[in-house]
Write a protein that binds this ligand. Structure first.
Ligand code: MRU
Length: 341
């Protein structure tokens, strides 16, 4: 399986997801500002992977910080990383976790502070892989035999430290001997489905068919799709799910066609401070992602563009939320709280 992000000799090495699948290039970040830039420009993307990158970014920042005024530098490091992408709550979860560790050792010798923060960042990465495997195990039983699983965007090894959430469920179902295949939505405009999901599943030998986003309804109506499994960037306490834009349309189509719609995500993606998805901040990205395809303009000059990177699927369309701690079903106010406690 591909290494999404690693800590190598005091630097953060990530596979460049803007170049895949045409080029397998690794980027080395030596400063926290480089990590922040990599999150912002989507060299690394996907909620759990962003969380791991942020944790490593904090560790890197403190590793390079001077002993004088360390607390102020720590503030600056965390604020810079937090300002990269607003929707995936894993980013803020990871930064808060690193802040807590810092508070626990502040005042200790700088060497010890650095060692603890690097240790914690490595732990965030390691835990993420184990969490994805647990999500996979919990979700595999939900996947119907001899059917097609439809997924949107990339919630795979590349979106996590390894194995994936939605693709973790698919991998675990295949490992359990289920005979399934996958339909991957291409996922305009960034094409995470076409570029990343297909590439990843091909490496595992899982039969995968690429479809454009607007074909999903056609195939759901045909009866071929046994279930939909997607990831999430933030889940509110009522079970509303923010995920890659287009997920909402897929969920509505699934309901209309009687196809179960599953969301696979770690507990760190839950934001139980929010009453509903209406409070989830939605990232707006550059117009060029829509007007251009691989640097080639496809819309006329002066085109007015909207480019929300995420949408919110109301909880009523969600058949189940699969986490590492178990599977939640409606009413989510109760089931999610129970999982967390
Ligand atoms: O803009 P991206 O590529 O970071 O969006 C990614 C998604 O929407 C994923 O589905 C989500 O983060 C879950 S990843 C396990």
């Amino acid at each position: 399986m591909v290494e999404t992000i690693q800590w190598v000799d005091g630097a953060v090495v990530m596979i460049d997801q803007t170049r895949l699948p045409l080029e397998e290039r690794y980027v080395t970040c030596r400063t926290y500002r480089e990590v922040a830039a990599a999150i912002r420009d989507m060299t690394i993307r996907g909620a759990p992977a962003i969380g791991v990158a942020a944790a490593m970014g904090v560790a890197l920042g403190v590793l390079r910080a001077s002993e004088d005024g360390l607390a102020a530098q720590m503030e600056e490091i965390c604020a810079t990383l937090a300002a990269t992408r607003p929707t995936a709550v894993n980013l803020f979860w990871a930064i808060d976790r690193m802040k807590r560790v810092y508070r626990g050792v502040s005042g200790k010798p700088i060497g010890e502070i650095r060692r603890r923060l690097v240790e914690e960042a490595l732990l965030v990465r390691e835990e993420d892989i184990a969490i994805c495997r647990a999500i996979g195990r919990n979700g595999a039983v939900l996947v119907p035999e001899r059917k097609t699983v439809l997924t949107h965007c990339n919630a795979g090894a590349l979106a996590t430290a390894g194995y994936g959430t939605a693709l973790g469920v698919i991998r675990a179902a295949v490992e359990a001997g289920k005979q399934i295949d996958v339909f991957a939505d291409e996922t305009r405009p960034f094409l995470q489905g076409a570029r990343l999901t297909v590439w990843e599943l091909q490496q595992d030998g899982i039969p995968t068919t690429l479809i454009t986003d607007n074909m999903a309804g056609h195939f759901m109506k045909s009866g071929r799709i046994g279930c939909v499994v997607v990831g999430a960037d933030r889940i509110a306490s009522n079970g509303d799910v923010a995920n890659k834009v287009g997920t909402y349309s897929v969920a509505v189509l699934a309901r209309e066609n009687g196809v179960p719609f599953f969301v696979a995500a770690p507990i760190s993606t839950l934001d139980l401070t929010l009453a509903s998805g209406a409070a989830i901040p939605i990232e707006q990205r550059a117009a060029a992602e829509v007007t251009h395809v691989f640097g080639q303009r496809v819309a006329p000059e002066g085109t007015v563009v909207e480019n929300p990177a995420f949408d919110v699927t109301p909880a009523r369309y969600v058949s189940a939320i699969v986490t590492e701690k178990g599977v939640a079903r409606a009413p989510y106010e109760e089931s999610l709280k129970k999982l967390v406690s």
